[in-house]
Design a protein around this ligand. Sequence first.
Ligand code: G6P
Length: 642
Amino acid sequence: MRYQNTPVVLWSNWRLKTAITKTFISTNMCGIVGYIGNGNVYDILIKGLHRLEYRGYDSAGIALVGNDGNLKVYKAKGKVSNLEDYCKDKSLEAGVGIAHTRWATHGEPSDCNAHPHYSEDGNLALVHNGTIENYKVLKDALIQHGCKFHSETDTEVLVQLIEYIKVKNNCSLVDAVREALNQVVGAYAIAVIEKDHPDTIVAARQSSPLVIGIGDDETFLASDATPFVEYTKDVVYLKDEEIAVIKKGEPLRILNLDNRESTIDVKTLELSISQLEKGGYPHFMLKEIFEQPITLRDCIRGRIIEGGAKINVNGINDNKDIFLNAKRIVIVACGTSWHAALLGKYLIQDMCRIPVEVEYASEFRYSNPVLDDRDVVIAISQSGETADTLAAAMIAKRMGAFVFGISNSVGSSIPRETDSGTYIHVGPEIGVASTKAFTGQVMVLTLLALGIAQLKGTMPQEKIAEIGEEVLRIPDYVEKVLKLNDEIEHLSLIYTYARNFLYLGRGYSYPVALEGALKLKEISYIHAEGYPAAEMKHGPIALIDAEMPSVIIAPNDHLYEKIVSNVQQVKARGGSIIAIVTEGDTEIKNIADHVLEVPAMPECLTPIITSIPLQLLSYYIAINKGKNVDMPRNLAKSVTVE
Ligand code: G6P
């Protein structure tokens, strides 16, 4: 994401001046995909849209140019499957095409507001992920020049602007796109096709992701590489202010907004098609829950050596002095990543004795933060694209802090924009509700804390080695916990029709309670609140009755006796209790209505284990209620809007 100081845009050729002072540009979500080649354009684009549906599913659309020279645009409100139904009896023959799946910002979800948008003369079609912030001023100017608009979107303004410039200057599509983008304030990843030139796609990006896949005699583009991973592993990540000219039979060209050629840096993808399929599971979410023994192994691999005694996290080793001298660590994140961040605070403070603050990125960025070059800011984001987290990281960088990213998405914006960082290596997470990414983030934070503690000498080496050995066993513990699946499925039937839930925990189990409550809310639409168990008596206890179940995370840690009394307080008010306890527990077992037992392990490692039964509980409750767990209403996986 680019920080813009005082971008003043002069609309000289419109005889119109406007000054727009901006801080950060945020993008909307949405997924775009494009293809040119000899394959079945429609099939490739539709499959690609399905893979990008995690970015939004309010509407979908496709534009195709056939060998007959006709531009065909088909769109439908709702999921990609609705578009497929709509297209069943349509002419789909094409040599080039672009497609879009939308998360609505400007204009309600409707057929009309769906992308692709096309120019009034029907010559151009365009798909867009982003937000054109000065679209009103451009729209007014275009209306004065006789343009008519059919949708409420900012995107239609962009395609009409390109067409207007193309006709007015009698120039090529790429020249018109460049000229138009020089007039636009906002964020975009776009792809444009032209009826009269069915051999070309012009694409560009500013603050929204766009990757180009280069195959044999075929080229792909998309918001991420998932739509084309089975066709090619050679990719080019477009940078901000770059325009790609993709022409059939010719090498890819990339220009910048000043019309200078950029060098083409081809990277090789490390992503396999099996990672993008359900692999026999009914939902991605369940697959991702069950993948956790493998993903945690991948996450730990190489980072603990000498049988547990040596912590080897590259991001720390390369920046030893920074971590040794850090006076404070601030962690910024959103959603589930924020819950991982909160666990990061407990871990780092406990092990490294460095003060840690945890901030919602959306609040941090507008809070006039106080930071300097002895602060380390950790930005956590599964997608690496969350607008608020990215903006928070950029503010911290600008203020002189060392910014460290933790992400799952190779090549995404946060890894690119931060000073250093590390990947969680859990593979693509497709279910909108985060599961394996959460445990991966917590694992990386644990390793980070252990690594800094080893560097600083804030923990005895024997203790580090003892925890290190247990970390290596975590994937086995997770396998064991997953055996609770049938019991949890059965338990879920009892609680499916509860209208509210409380999730309670103390210490390391408090962020787990927050995450458990979020999981339930996200996919089952049941109201759930996570609370520090001891705070319950300052308010939420008033809610407890026979209709309000509590999920209490109570492993055998140093706060065990304290939480036993919280469990008793709930029971005394007639509330029913599901408790997550350590194997061999006797006290809570006698009080709670249901207990789920997890293996014993060091306190700092319990969150990874105790969060897994909560993932399964929310999954089964949502399934019992007939909800779409992979695509819950109103949510999207990658939140690139403020
Ligand atoms: C959305 C997703 C959550 C995710 C959050 C932050 O709300 O639905 O699962 O935790 O964004 O996303 P990030 O990619 O930054 O971790």
